[in-house]
Design a protein around this ligand. Structure first.
Ligand SMILES: Cc1cc2nc3c(=O)[nH]c(=O)nc-3n(C[C@H](O)[C@H](O)[C@H](O)COP(=O)(O)OP(=O)(O)OC[C@H]3O[C@@H](n4cnc5c(N)ncnc54)[C@H](O)[C@@H]3O)c2cc1C
Length: 300
């Protein structure tokens, strides 16, 4: 598989597939990266989507969408997007079955659905922006030579910890009572106990574990589950409000070339809306890339 595409789409739910169909039919090269089937596959019977006299299972609708995109030439890569950044073009770091890969794209549609793992830790929310962060690449700089803790047990948590390691004095990974899902290298301290409290005054100062043990911390980075749409957007510098991506009427974020569609934008969480927003984002990508080519042509 090549590693450079016109459009990279995160998610193969109705929003991602719909965006892909419009981009593909305009002749763009499209890579869809998805870790699994998303919300749709959990729907046992969809009875309110246009064109189906009898209810259809979410899994079957998903299968048909994927087949349609593949028939039009979409590449589909199964993997988890750990990191997204913009430097001349978009760079996505993806963990697949055979390790990590980097893909490049001129534009990105984030259609990652709405699932966001919430940390089961009392007092955490009160410290958001006061020592609690959801983005290592955005906020790691503020914790130079300090002690930081990453909450999570999977590949995303390790990826955030790797981002922090060159900056912080010490990086610990707290798995909140779970066994790590990835091998954690020796340079990270691992705490497997559940956290019962996060404490401080106007800034995080310590965390307390179920056993009563306390450790002093300057910063806590939340990286539970997989990177959400908001997590990925933040890494590119795109604006996020109340954990939702800020988009214009064409569904472009505040970073040119980065679009979003579907459940990750909030609002009405339905297949029809996700498909409609995917179409809108797909067409907006086509227009964006046309304008980009015109500008690049004029500059030569
Ligand atoms: C039980 C249930 C029943 C439902 N019933 C109905 C119904 O009857 N009618 C209806 O209209 N709607 C229904 N819905 C809602 C509908 O399924 C969603 O609105 C729709 O699937 C949203 O589409 P989406 O493309 O935005 O997100 P999703 O379908 O959730 O797809 C998200 C995609 O993003 C991928 N992804 C996320 N993060 C990453 C990452 N970091 N790296 C790589 N990939 C990533 C996922 O793997 C997935 O492929 C139901 C939902 C549920 C859960």
């Amino acid at each position: 598989m090549q590693n450079n595409f016109d459009v990279l789409i995160v998610g193969k739910g109705p929003a991602g597939i719909s965006a892909a169909l419009y981009a593909l039919r305009s002749g763009l090269s499209v890579l869809i990266v998805a870790k699994d089937t998303g919300a749709l596959a959990r729907a046992h019977a969809i009875a309110n989507y246009y064109g189906f006299e009898e209810p259809i299972t979410g899994a079957e609708l998903e299968r048909r969408g994927e087949a349609q995109a593949t028939a039009l030439g979409a590449e589909i890569f199964t993997g988890e997007v750990l990191d997204l950044m913009f430097a001349d073009q978009f760079h996505a770091r993806v963990k697949g079955a055979d390790g990590e890969r980097e893909f490049l794209a001129k534009s990105v549609v984030v259609a990652a659905g709405s699932v966001r793992a919430k940390a089961p830790v009392s007092g955490l929310d009160a410290f958001e922006g006061k020592g609690v962060s959801y983005c290592a690449v955005c906020d790691g700089f503020f914790y130079r030579k300090k002690n930081v803790v990453v909450l999570g047990s999977g590949a995303y948590a390790l990826s955030e910890a790797k981002e922090l390691l060159p900056l912080a004095a010490q990086v610990s990974i707290c798995t909140l009572g779970e066994e790590p899902k990835v091998e954690i290298p020796a340079e990270y301290a691992v705490e497997k106990e559940k956290i019962v409290a996060v404490e401080g005054d106007d800034h995080v100062q310590k965390i307390r574990f179920a056993s009563g043990k306390e450790i002093p911390v300057d910063g806590i980075f939340v990286a539970l589950g997989t990177a959400s749409a908001a997590d990925l957007a933040r890494k590119t510098g795109a604006a996020v409000q109340s954990n939702k991506l800020v988009v214009d009427e064409k569904l472009m974020t505040t970073v040119p070339g980065l679009f979003a569609a579907g459940d990750c934008l909030g609002g009405i969480l339905q297949v029809a809306v996700a498909v409609g927003e995917g179409a809108k984002a797909g067409l907006a990508v086509v227009e964006y890339l046309r304008q980009l080519r015109t500008k690049e042509g004029a500059a030569k």
